[in-house]
Design a protein. Structure first.
Lengths: 98, 505
């Protein structure tokens, strides 16, 4: 039985904002199907009363003092930007046409 | 004349402190070595000769002026390309970050600079630290100094190979599922993953934030402890940083006394099913520790069996979220989709990630996105988090009975480049012994414990300690290292084949 179909991989890749070619989709879908089949074995544990662990340290609400400290200048922050306009990050249009 | 590339960092520190040599001389010797052998090894993505020599000059002047200096002042170091270095290109092994010059330093890098350690350059790695062979680097693989047709481990294969090939006395690595320890094992070097939170993650390009931890890559146990001490300690810039002093690792490494210590062999990772030569060396190492006064206890960690599956859900889930920042807007690559006249930001992002990410990164982002998506979250990510709890409980129960746990570090010696590249599942199985430590947040270390009989390639011995008890790693590692050196007559790298270069004659 297939754990993950080619169509599902295409859909998830879209959600992850990765455009895939047909060739890549063929290759990755087969590999991901095998991997998902393996990782799904976590479902074999009796999980009813086990709390989930998201993090190794029991830390809560760690904050820094709210003080001004040196930070990047606008020029430093923008230095690696693909495109800059008026001391801002210039980005492609953010709305779809439809 | 002394060949300074052959000394340990501790020996270099002594030679510098006594005035026998200068940091400029030592740094230049390593830069020369890199120029000679790195064509064959490809441990480095960037070499910063100018920056390293300027830093060396600075520390030499400070020493001449009688300024107080740290123990490792003047000892050069290589840094994995996943740590942001101000003014020095940082790519994480990915095309999506080609040419990126960070405007700030990672905290670890800040500490190296403050300690007066010249940075030789940035080391090669699997793209965004996803891999166990360095073959997933967008800039070509690193070659194992023991056999150039073999992998140096991964993701930190560049750091381990640089140290093994005497291109650097020390290197920084990061370990999310074994990326410091497994490369150490297959290159005959030493590597430590400290307790989660022991070393700041600020400025380290995040793979899986609840698993990532930076640590030392060296040729000796003492060197690892010295570097651990420089790197570690509380940092306000990392909210998961432990607010406590660095554990007394150097003291433990100098002492190396295991008498009366209880050492646990984990039934589920005791080498059964591993390469026979690795299993044999592991058993011999355990006996060496017994001969030094340790007591061996068998413990069982039944949930480890599910660790690999849980890891390959938790890591991709966190990675898919962390790597969403590579959106082609503020830094890094931006390419437009072909044949679209006025593409939207979303189309540009998708086209950029298609062009900028390699196969393994795409696989893991898609896997993580899938595992976190509605309808699957409970079955995958939710269950994986419960396995994580069970693994932490297995460790807690084991540490009721023993002071440290030991395992072989990796199931095999270095495999051939290309051998597992098209079989991601086979590649993932390399991490079976190293990932439980990351899932539980405990410290782990690998030291070389011999050459496997089948192929004459290095094997690694892993030590695992309870959280924040990192010093126990060094106590046991130093004892075993001393016992092994007694039997070999020299460090293991003395047996490595010569590389083209004048230092090898």
């Amino acid at each position: 039985m297939s754990a993950l179909s080619r169509d599902e991989v295409a859909h998830v890749a879209m959600l992850a904002r990765i455009q895939l070619t047909d060739g890549e989709l063929d290759r990755l879908a087969g590999q991901l199907d095998q991997i998902v089949g393996f990782v799904a074995t976590v479902g074999e544990i009796a999980a009813a009363d086990i709390p989930p662990m998201s993090h190794p340290l029991p830390l809560e609400n760690v904050t820094r003092d709210d003080v001004v400290r040196p930070s990047l200048t606008p020029a430093e922050a923008l230095a690696a930007a693909p495109k800059v306009q008026a001391e801002r990050f210039a980005v492609p249009r953010i709305l779809d046409e439809d | 004349m002394t060949d300074y590339t052959r000394l340990t960092a501790a020996q270099l520190a002594d030679a510098l402190a006594s005035g026998e040599t200068t940091s400029v001389e030592v740094t230049q010797a390593h830069l020369d070595r890199i120029a000679e052998v790195d064509g064959a090894i490809h441990a480095f993505l960037q070499v910063d000769a100018e920056g390293a020599l300027a830093a060396a000059q600075g520390v030499d002047e400070a020493r001449a002026a009688g300024e107080p200096l740290g123990l490792l002042a003047g000892v050069p170091i290589a840094v994995k390309d996943i740590l942001a270095t101000r003014g020095l290109e940082t790519t994480a092994g990915s095309k999506i970050l080609a040419g990126w010059i960070p405007p700030y330093d990672a905290t670890v890098v800040t500490r190296l600079r403050a300690a007066g350690m010249p940075i030789l350059g940035k080391t090669n790695m699997d793209e965004f630290a996803m891999g166990s062979s360095t073959e997933h680097s967008a800039y070509g693989p690193t070659h194992n100094p023991w056999a150039l047709d073999r992998i140096p481990g991964g993701s930190g294969g560049g750091s381990a190979a640089a140290v093994a090939a005497f291109e650097a006395p020390l290197a920084i690595g990061t370990d999310t599922g074994g990326s410091i320890r497994q490369p150490a094992a297959v290159t005959g070097t030493v590597g430590t993953k400290p307790t989660y939170g022991g070393v700041s993650r600020y400025g380290i390009i995040a793979l899986a934030s609840s698993l990532d931890q930076a640590g030392p890559c060296t040729r000796s146990v003492l060197d690892a402890a010295l570097l651990h001490e420089v790197m570690g300690g509380h940092d306000l810039m990392d909210s998961t940083s432990i607010d406590a002093p660095v554990p007394p690792v150097v003291e433990a490494a100098r002492r190396g006394d295991v008498s009366g210590m209880k050492i646990g062999v984990i039934k589920e990772i005791s080498g059964e099913g591993f390469q026979p030569g690795i299993k044999r060396l592991f058993d011999e190492s355990v006996q060496l520790l017994v001969s030094r006064g340790a007591e061996v206890v068998e413990v069982t960690c039944p949930s480890f069996e599910k660790g690999l599956a849980a890891y390959y859900l938790i890591l991709p889930s966190e990675a898919s979220s962390n790597l969403a920042r590579f959106d082609a807007m503020r830094y890094g690559l931006r390419v437009g989709p072909e044949g679209v006249e006025h593409p939207s930001a979303e189309q540009v992002m998708a086209a950029t990630r298609e062009a900028g990410f390699g196969d393994e990164v795409k696989r893991r982002i898609i896997l993580g996105t899938y595992a976190l998506s509605a309808g699957y979250y409970d079955a995958y990510y939710g269950h994986a988090q419960k396995v994580r709890t069970l693994i932490a409980r297995d460790f807690a129960a084991a540490y009721e009975k023993v002071d440290v746990l030991v395992t072989p570090t990796a199931p095999t010696t270095a495999f051939k480049l290309g051998e597992k590249l098209d079989d991601p599942m086979a590649m993932y199985l390399n991490d079976v012994a190293t990932i439980p430590a990351n899932l539980a947040g405990i410290p782990g270390m690998s030291i070389p414990n011999g050459l496997a009989a089948e192929d004459g390639l290095p094997s690694g011995f892993q030590i695992l300690a309870p959280a924040t008890k990192d010093e126990r790693l060094y106590e046991v590692a130093a004892a075993l290292e001393a016992a092994l050196h007694d039997s070999w007559g020299a460090p293991i790298l003395a047996q490595a084949p010569a590389l083209a270069g004048k230092a090898d004659n």
